[in-house]
Design a protein around this ligand. Structure first.
Ligand code: IPE
Ligand code: IPE
Ligand code: MG
Length: 228
């Protein structure tokens, strides 16, 4: 049975999960963090090489300041508390996204985690924070210019090598929770031939069984990449 090398997840529905319980949105985000921990373990055990989780988009800055601050604070707690489990599971941490605008404390914690786990040979965990595909592509184009590339040298490989995902294989399976059917500026380039798995499950309810169902669904797909 084929196992995808790179799974990307748009973790959506934390706010609705909280609203259904009459709780403030931040409680949904807290429950979402617990789901991240479960999925990291399940992804590791399933033998995935890369797992990219969309935690905060370049558009999410539009949310009320209180929610943004609470999310950033939660991220810091998470980055510190989960380090021991990343060590134990030999998971490598990598930030995906622009550093500009992220509070310095969050950046420092992400850098520490990346450094502490850089030699781990297990699952590579890419956390998308302040990530937006359009910004990523624009900065890749700018870097081609800064690197002095001639127009002929600006090809698919040149751009690919300048994305935040440089060196990471394309997304094989893209999962979105909470019943939304849109890509919300995530992995526009990398998901060119990704298989989609859309589920109504809200992110805080997503667990190993839901990941298994997505992987089983993926295994039934006939991937053609434009060929026959
Ligand atoms: C996803 O949950 C997490 C983030 C985007 C930070 P939402 O906060 O988008 O939850 P809903 O979509 O409002 O339910
Ligand atoms: C996508 O969720 C971004 C993340 C999961 C981080 P949103 O909740 O921000 O997406 P839209 O606004 O519903 O498209
Ligand atoms: Mg949402």
């Amino acid at each position: 049975m084929s196992v995808p090398a790179h799974v990307a997840i748009i973790m959506d529905g934390n706010g609705r999960w909280a609203a259904q319980r009459g709780l403030p949105r931040i409680k949904g985000h807290k429950a979402g963090v617990r789901a991240v921990e479960r999925i990291l373990e399940a992804a590791s055990e399933a033998g995935l090489q890369h797992l990219s989780l969309y935690a905060f988009s370049t558009e999410n800055w539009k949310r009320p300041a209180g929610e943004v601050m609470a999310l950033m604070a939660l991220l810091r707690i998470y980055l510190r508390v989960f380090l021991p489990s990343l060590r134990q599971k030999r998971i490598r941490f990598h930030h995906l996204g622009s550093r500009e605008g992220i509070p310095p404390g969050v950046l420092a914690d992400m850098d520490t985690l990346a450094e502490a786990t850089r030699n781990h040979e297990g699952l590579c965990f890419h956390l998308a924070v302040n990530y937006g595909s359009r910004l990523e592509l624009a900065q890749a184009a700018r870097r081609c210019v800064e690197d002095g590339l001639s127009p002929e040298a600006v090809d698919e490989a040149a751009l690919n090598d300048r994305l935040w995902t440089a060196g990471v294989p394309d997304v094989d399976l893209l999962i979105r929770t909470s019943g939304e059917h849109r890509i919300s500026n995530f992995m526009l380039w990398q998901a060119a031939y990704a298989e989609f798995h859309l589920t109504d499950c809200l992110w805080p309810d997503f667990g190993p069984a839901e990941l298994r169902a997505a992987l089983d669904d993926y295994a039934t797909r006939d991937r053609r990449f434009g060929g026959l």
